[in-house]
Design a protein around this ligand. Structure first.
Ligand code: ZN
Length: 163
């Protein structure tokens, strides 16, 4: 019975269609493998994870997730302009491109390019979906126990997961 309900510590497979506040589709798992997450390990945005806890295989739901529980509010203080030379010359920089920065401890964090001129590049730590209230149309496909390796890594493996 324990494998029919989403509880913390279970690997959950779900199909989803993500839409923005205007109802436009941003992303969907349709046509591919279902997305996997390890419940309770923060593999997905917190507002969605919270609403999927307690659901069961075969359940469909429309989860409305406010920006604060998705990718956060847009923050004006998270933009920075850097010299074009800080990037490899042979890379065709475009707004929307993601790359990894490194903090003082050497830990990576994601950055996105928002504007490019001949000699300057504007980058931000705001996720491209920050500031948006999102809706996830979700169907729970399967629930299973994680492998020891998945538990150790804090995320599921295989199609729809990591690696
Ligand atoms: Zn792993």
């Amino acid at each position: 019975m324990s494998d029919t309900t989403v509880t913390e510590g279970k690997v959950v497979a779900f199909h989803y269609t993500l839409t923005d506040p205007d109802g436009a589709t941003i992303d969907s798992s349709e046509g591919g493998p279902p997305m996997l997450f390890l419940a309770g390990a923060h593999n997905i945005v917190p507002g969605l994870e919270r609403q999927l806890i307690g659901t069961s295989v075969g359940d469909s739901l429309l989860a409305h997730v406010p920006a604060t529980e998705a990718y956060g509010e847009l923050r004006d203080d998270l933009y920075q302009t850097v010299a074009r030379e800080a990037f490899p010359a042979d890379v065709d920089l475009q707004p929307g491109m993601q790359f990894m920065g490194e903090d003082e401890d050497g830990d990576p964090f994601p950055l996105w390019i928002t504007a490019v001129t001949a000699d300057q590049v504007t980058i931000t730590q705001n996720h491209p979906l920050a500031g948006l209230d999102l809706s996830f149309d979700v169907t729970i496909e399967a629930i299973r126990d994680p492998s020891a390796e998945e538990l150790a890594h804090g995320h599921p493996h295989g199609p729809g997961g990591h690696h």
